[in-house]
Design a protein around this ligand. Structure first.
Ligand SMILES: O=C(O)CCC(=O)C(=O)O
Ligand SMILES: [Fe+2]
Length: 486
C-alpha cells in the first residue's frame, strides 16, 4: 500500500510531467529522455508517456516493465540500441548529473562537451537550449548562493567565521578565500565582458603584454602649477600632484564599485573587523561619510579617549582584499606609483550626495606619494595653502581639480605636504579609494607584509611589447590653475 505522502509526491510529479507534455514538445522530450536507451527501454518509456497522456497514472509504476539498470554496463548494448556505449555512458552520467545540475554549473559545460559531437540536429538544438538555459539558471542561483555565502545579510555560516575571530595572519587568509570566491564570481560568472577584453590586466597568466602596453599607453597624465609666495619665495604649492586619467576602464570601475558595495554590506552586517567599517550618523549636511579601512586603523581626530590623529598601532583592521591588491599592482605596473612606495593600506570613502571631506593634509604616518582613485561621479578636489570652511560641506580654495571617474590623483611633494586638500559636498554618490604606504615605524604592531605586494615592478617596454605608434605619447600637461571659490 502506498503511503499518503509518497502518493501525493507521485501525483505532483505526474502533474508536472503532464504540464511539460502540454507544452507540445512531447516528441522532443521523449527523444531527449530516451537518448541512449535500448529499443526495449525506449518502447517502455513511450508507453509510459502514452499512459501519462491518457491519465492512466496507475500504469506508470514499474509494474508495466522495468528499465535496464543504469549500473550494468551490458544494458542497452549497441546491438539492442542505435547508440554507442560511449553515448550510454554519457547518458548515465547525464542522468546522475542532472539532479545535481542546479548546483554545478560545470556540469552544463560537461554536457556540451559530451553531447555536442554526435547527436542528431534536433537533440543538439534541444541540448543547446537546455544547456544555455540551464547554465544561465545554474549560474544564477549559484552566483547568488556564492554571493549569499559571502555577503548576504543573514549569513549564519559566515557569521561563524567572523573575520575578527582570526589572528592577523589567519585573518588575511580568512578574507582571502571569501574574496577569491568573490573574484570568481566577478570575473567569470557575472562579467563575461571582462573575460573578453581586459582580462590581462587582472590575470597575469592570461596577459598579453602587448595589449597591456596599449592600454597603459592610453593613460594621460597632468601635472599642476600654482605659484604662491611663501616666506619670500615663489613656490608651486601643488608641485608633485599628478592626475592620471583612464587608468581603470568602465567595466573595471563597475566591478570595483560593486566590490565596494559588497564590502559595505559585509561591514554593515558585522563581518568585518570592528574598526574596518565605519558609518557615522548623518547628523548634518556634510557629515556621515562611510569609510572602510584596510591595512591599518587611522584615527582622524582627537577621540574621546584623547587619542591623537594617526595610525592606531594597537588596533587591527582587515587586510587589503584581493581586488584592491590588483589595483595596486596596476598602479605600480603602469607607472602611476613608484615601486619604492607600494601601498600597504587603503581607505575607501563612500560619499552620499552632499557628503564631503574637510580640508586636511594626509598624516605623515603615511609616506609620499599616495593616491586616490575616483568612481561613480566626477567631483572637484580643492587644493590651497589655506582652505576655508564656508558652511556645511562648503569650502573655498585656490585650485580646483576635477577628478574624472577611473582616474588616479597622485599626491606627492608640495601637493601632499604644503597644500591642504578637501572635497566639498558632492553632487551625487561618489566612491574614492585612497592607497597609502605606512611609515614602517608607525605600522600596526601585528601588521604582516603581504608577499603579493613585494617586489612589484613597472612594465618596461621592449620591441615585442611596444604599443601602436599613435598611442605611445603620454602628454605631460602642466596646468595653470586659476583661483576658485566654492
Ligand atoms: O575622496 C577623495 O578623492 C579624497 C580623499 C582624501 O583626501 C583622503 O582619503 O585623505
Ligand atoms: Fe586626503
Amino acid at each position: 500500500m502506498m503511503k499518503e505522502g509518497v502518493f501525493r509526491e507521485k501525483v505532483e510529479s505526474i502533474s508536472l510531467l503532464k504540464s511539460l507534455l502540454r507544452l507540445g514538445r512531447r516528441e522532443e522530450i521523449l527523444e531527449l529522455l530516451s537518448e541512449g536507451f535500448c529499443a526495449r527501454c525506449k518502447g517502455l518509456l513511450e508507453s509510459r508517456f502514452e499512459n501519462l497522456s491518457n491519465g492512466k497514472f496507475y500504469k506508470l509504476s514499474s509494474s508495466n516493465g522495468k528499465f535496464c539498470s543504469v549500473d550494468s554496463l551490458n544494458l542497452c548494448s549497441p546491438d539492442k540500441s542505435s547508440t554507442s556505449s560511449r553515448k550510454k555512458r554519457h547518458l548515465h552520467e547525464h542522468t546522475t548529473e542532472s539532479s545535481a545540475q542546479a548546483l554545478e554549473p560545470l556540469s552544463s559545460a560537461r554536457h556540451q562537451i559530451n553531447y555536442s559531437d554526435n547527436l542528431p540536429a534536433l537533440k543538439k538544438r534541444c541540448l543547446r537550449e537546455h544547456t544555455a538555459e540551464s547554465s544561465a539558471h545554474a549560474l544564477e542561483p549559484l552566483s547568488s548562493a556564492r554571493h549569499q555565502m559571502n555577503y548576504s545579510d543573514n549569513l549564519s555560516a559566515l557569521k561563524k567565521r567572523r573575520l575578527h575571530e582570526h589572528t592577523a595572519e589567519s585573518s588575511a587568509q580568512a578574507l582571502e578565500p571569501l574574496s577569491s570566491a568573490r573574484h570568481q564570481m566577478n570575473y567569470s560568472d557575472n562579467l563575461p565582458a571582462l573575460v573578453n577584453c581586459r582580462q590581462h590586466s587582472w590575470d597575469e597568466s592570461e596577459a598579453s603584454l602587448s595589449d597591456e602596453f596599449n592600454d597603459m599607453s592610453r593613460v594621460r597624465r597632468k601635472d599642476f602649477k600654482h605659484l604662491k609666495m611663501i616666506d619670500g619665495s615663489l613656490i608651486n604649492i601643488v608641485k608633485g600632484l599628478e592626475l592620471h586619467t583612464r587608468v581603470f576602464n568602465e567595466l573595471e570601475q563597475k566591478e570595483i564599485v560593486e566590490y565596494v558595495y559588497k564590502l559595505q554590506r559585509l561591514g554593515q552586517n558585522g563581518y568585518l573587523r570592528a574598526r574596518t567599517y565605519s558609518q557615522p550618523k548623518k547628523w548634518m549636511r556634510g557629515k556621515g561619510r562611510v569609510t572602510i579601512q584596510f591595512g591599518c586603523c587611522y584615527n582622524y581626530g582627537k577621540d574621546k579617549k584623547g587619542s591623537r590623529p594617526g595610525i592606531m598601532r594597537d588596533k587591527e583592521v582587515d587586510p587589503l582584499p584581493p581586488m584592491f591588491k590588483n589595483m595596486i599592482k596596476r598602479l605600480v605596473k603602469w607607472h602611476v606609483l613608484p615601486p619604492t612606495c607600494v601601498p600597504n593600506s587603503c581607505i575607501v570613502n563612500i560619499y552620499d550626495k552632499d557628503d564631503c571631506i574637510p580640508p586636511h593634509i594626509d598624516h605623515h604616518d603615511f609616506l609620499r606619494p599616495f593616491c586616490t582613485v575616483s568612481f561613480l561621479t566626477e567631483c572637484n578636489i580643492l587644493f590651497g595653502s589655506r582652505l576655508e570652511i564656508i558652511g556645511p560641506g562648503e569650502f573655498s580654495g585656490q585650485i580646483a581639480i576635477p577628478l574624472p571617474v577611473g582616474s588616479v590623483l597622485v599626491l606627492n611633494g608640495n601637493g601632499a605636504n604644503i597644500a591642504q586638500h578637501c572635497v566639498p559636498a558632492v553632487h551625487g554618490k561618489r566612491i574614492s579609494i585612497t592607497f597609502r604606504k605606512m611609515d614602517v615605524s608607525k605600522m600596526p604592531f601585528n601588521f604582516r607584509h603581504d608577499p603579493e605586494l613585494q617586489g612589484l615592478q613597472p612594465l618596461v617596454c621592449s620591441p615585442s611589447t611596444r604599443p601602436h605608434a599613435q598611442q605611445v605619447q603620454r602628454p605631460n600637461l602642466i596646468q595653470q590653475n586659476k583661483r576658485v571659490s566654492h
